[in-house]
Design a protein around this ligand. Sequence first.
Ligand SMILES: NC(=O)c1ccc[n+]([C@@H]2O[C@H](COP(=O)([O-])OP(=O)(O)OC[C@H]3O[C@@H](n4cnc5c(N)ncnc54)[C@H](O)[C@@H]3O)[C@@H](O)[C@H]2O)c1
Length: 320
Amino acid sequence: MKNQKNILVTGGAGFIGSHLVEKLLAEKIWRVSVIDDFNDFYAPAMKRANVAPFLSNENFQLFEADIFDAEGLRSIFSANNFDVIVHLAARAGVRPSLEQPKLYAETNINGTLSLLDLAKDFGVKQFVFGSSSSVYGNNEKVPFAETDQIVQPISPYAATKAAGELLCHTYSHLYDIRTVCLRFFTVYGARQRPDLAIRKFSQLITEGKPIQVFGDGTTRRDYTYVDDIINGVRAAIDYDKTAHEIFNLGESDTVELGYLIELLEKNLDKKATIDRRPMQAGDVSQTFADISKAREFLNYNPQTKIEDGIKKFVEWFVKK
Ligand SMILES: NC(=O)c1ccc[n+]([C@@H]2O[C@H](COP(=O)([O-])OP(=O)(O)OC[C@H]3O[C@@H](n4cnc5c(N)ncnc54)[C@H](O)[C@@H]3O)[C@@H](O)[C@H]2O)c1
C-alpha cells in the first residue's frame, strides 16, 4: 500500500505488545514487524497463541530473535526501513528481579541501549519506550507526577526501567531521535501475563486454591485496562511536540487489593481462600498516576473503571 509506514514492536508477542499489534494492523496503514525471543519467563505457548492471529496478515512479519543478537538485528534493520520503534521487550515483574538482577539489567538496560543504537545507525526518528510506574518507588506524594524525583527505585526491575528512560534522554539529545517514555501503571485485560495478580488470583480462585496476599490487603494499585494503555501508546507514536518526553499512563484511580479480590470473587462467582503473608521486599505500598500531562499532550482519556474492566477480564478468562 502507498504511504504505508514501517513500525517495529519489540516484545510484540507479549501481553501489551500483542494488543498494540492488533490495533496497528486494524488501521491498515502500518507494516508491522515484531521481534520477540519467546523466552520462558512464562509459557512460550501463550506468546505463540498471542501472535497466531497475525501470522496470515500480509502486513505483519515476525522475527524470532533476541534483542541481543546484534548481527541478526542489523540484518532486520537493514531490510526494513523502520519509521518508528515501540520497545516493549523486557524482563517484566518486580519480585523475580530480586532473584535475577543481572538478567534484568542485561535485558532492560543493555537491550534498550542496543535498540537505541540501532535506531541511531538506521535513522529511526521515533522511539517509544515502555517504562513503568515502579520507577516512582515508595513516592510519598500522590498522585505520582512526571516532575517527581525518581532517584529511589526499590527493586532491580524499577532501577532498570529508570536507566532505560535516562538512556532514551541521552540518545534523543545526541542523535536527534524523538524518545517518548511511557510509565505504565499495572496493566490488565485479556492475555494478561500469568504472573500478575489479577490473572494469578483468578486461576487460583477457580481451582479452589489459596491466594497469597502480601500485607493486610490495604496496598493500593492504579490498575489500568489494556485498551486505555493502547490508546496512550498509539498517541505516543504520533507525538511530535518535543524531542524527549515522559508520560504516566494510568487510570488515575487507586484500588485497594482487598476490593480487587472482592471484585474477582463476585465476577468468578467463587470465594477466595486467603493465605496472608508479610509485605514482600521490592513491593511498593501504592501507585496512583497523575495523568494530566498525558491528557494534555496525548489526548489520553482512560475510560475503564475497575468494575467494568474486571468484568471484561473475567469474561475473557473463563472462555480462554
Ligand atoms: N504489564 C504491566 O502491568 C506493565 C507495567 C509497567 C510496565 N510494563 C512494561 O511493558 C512492557 C510489556 O509488558 P508485558 O506485561 O506485555 O510483558 P510480557 O512479558 O508479556 O511481554 C514482553 C515480551 O518481550 C519479550 N522479550 C523479553 N526479553 C526479550 C529479548 N531479550 N529479546 C526479544 N524479546 C524479548 C518476551 O518474550 C515477551 O513476549 C515491558 O517492557 C514491561 O516492563 C508492563
